[in-house]
Design a protein around this ligand. Structure first.
Ligand code: OOG
Ligand code: NI
Length: 465
């Protein structure tokens, strides 16, 4: 029997093999990430593993896919459900992006700490919003929906195997093999000729709309390795002559603990694709849609911590607007240095980040009464705090990644009111609850406090003074 987490790890590894064959520059990115990780581990020792063991980080990937209809998204949810991955978080990229990105998204990922430690594979999944009149007029919407209704992304055999794996949380080996084969195949780039006129019509609205609704299949858009030092990775990729996007998205480099998520990518590469011309002939064209991304993960922030992050981003925007000649990254670094705590302890004390707690091995066992508050337990050596890794995404960074890799701006009719989509709507569309990431982090933290309480025989007060 192959268990769910083994299926997940095998799927991530095979997808990585497939993507490396399709996009060779991805392999370079993985190689450079591994070199940087080895060097960082050598230079920083155990400290480098504070946000995940080197074996987790080395195998860690996130993918991105894009689908056209709620029905397709429900199929995706069944396939990832087989791998123990659940929809977490709602991202509205229509609002976060300046150019036309008509999608709303969620991320499928494992949610238990133990499952994350085994293999944290996650997939950022975007759903096209044809009902948004800012992008699609009634006639285009109707043709788009008809086109999407007529395609099948996932064969029934794959979905049946997925349902079995989800229900039984394992598959017999031969079935597992078949499931993995079909699942990886479903995300390969199709050789089927693309209707050029249709693709170009959608591309005028949005390159993302064309990538989703202009073809009869889906494909993995990028696969992202995790790196321990993203600034160093950026330098090394640039030294190798690979053209990276201008910036690293997310928090700036800082001396303090890594927070949330930092990401960067290399530009989408021209890939040969078969195109069917209006006269019916097929030619070899090239499309730029798929790119290579890399990320560094930091500590998960509480809603207060996240509000601080969002406030600082706005301040960076304001200051950059005031001083157009200034270096944006420099402005960000200065603001961070002034406003963001430089130690984990201070982050915890100010309730800005999530931690799990463990009774310390060296605690006094001579009958001394332990203190009650988490701050005192920690400062007096009774417990140790470990940062909770941020497992999710950032809408503004995601929009930046989308945008920097689009060929054109697309178009948007600002006179129209946008169609409303939110987390509840998405839950209804998927027919599964879209989970709240904060609730998951909070739960992890409180489970650990309860466990510490049981071990020490006290009711721990987890609030900071
Ligand atoms: C998804 C872009 C977002 C990330 O890491 O923020 C993303 C896409 O291009 O489909 O993957
Ligand atoms: Ni990504």
């Amino acid at each position: 029997m192959i268990s769910q987490w083994q299926l997940r790890a095998a799927f991530a590894a095979r997808l990585s093999g497939m993507y490396g064959r399709e996009v060779p520059a991805y392999t370079t990115l993985v190689d450079v990430s591994h070199e940087v990780n080895k060097d960082t581990l050598r230079a920083r020792g155990a400290d480098a593993e504070r946000l995940g063991s080197i074996s987790r980080v080395t195998a860690e990937r996130h993918g991105a896919i894009r689908v056209g209809t709620p029905a397709e998204l429900r199929h995706v949810a069944r396939i990832f459900g087989a791998l123990g991955m659940r929809p977490v978080g709602f991202y509205d990229l229509r609002e976060a992006a300046a150019s036309a990105v008509p999608v709303v998204s969620t991320a499928f990922r494992p949610v238990d700490a133990e499952e994350l430690a085994r293999n944290p594979f996650r997939v950022f999944t975007s759903l096209l919003t044809p009902a948004d009149p800012r992008f699609f007029d009634a006639a285009l919407r109707s043709r788009l929906e008809t086109f999407l209704a007529g395609r099948e992304l996932f064969p029934p055999e794959l979905l049946a195997l997925a349902d079995r794996a989800e229900a039984e949380r394992e598959l017999p080996e031969a079935h597992a093999e078949r499931f993995l084969h079909l699942a990886v195949h479903a995300f390969e780039l199709s050789a089927e000729p693309i209707d050029q006129a249709w693709y170009e019509e959608l591309e005028k609205v949005s390159a993302v709309a064309a990538d989703i609704g202009g073809v009869r299949s889906t494909h993995i858009n990028h696969l992202t390795p995790r790196v321990l030092d993203i600034d160093e990775l950026y330098r090394r990729m640039t030294d190798r002559g690979i053209e990276m996007i201008d910036t690293i998205q997310g928090p700036p480099a800082s001396k303090g603990p890594d927070l949330l998520l930092r990401q960067t990518s290399f530009r989408a590469l021209a890939e040969p694709r078969a195109l069917r011309r209006p006269d019916g002939s097929v030619t070899r064209g090239a499309l730029r849609v798929r790119f290579g991304e890399v990320e560094a993960r930091g500590i998960a922030l509480t809603p207060e911590g996240r509000a601080l992050y969002d406030r600082l981003l706005t301040l960076v925007d304001d200051q950059a607007a005031l001083h157009p000649a200034a270096d944006r990254a420099e402005l960000a670094r200065a603001l961070w240095a002034a406003h963001v705590p430089a130690t984990e302890r201070e982050l915890a004390a100010r309730g800005l980040a999530y931690f799990t707690y463990r009774a310390a091995p060296g605690r006094p066992l001579d009958g001394t009464e332990p203190p009650r508050t988490i701050a005192e337990l920690e400062s007096r050596g009774w417990v140790r705090a470990e940062p909770v890794v941020y497992e999710d995404f950032l809408p503004r960074s995601a929009a930046g990644i989308f945008q920097s890799n689009l060929s054109g701006e697309g178009s948007r009719n600002a006179e129209q009111e946008g169609a409303a989509y939110d987390s509840d709507w998405l839950s209804g569309a998927i027919e599964r609850e879209v989970l709240d990431p904060y609730a998951l982090y909070e739960h992890q933290q409180s489970l650990s406090l309860a466990q510490v309480g049981r071990e020490l025989g006290v009711e721990v007060d987890g609030t900071h003074p």
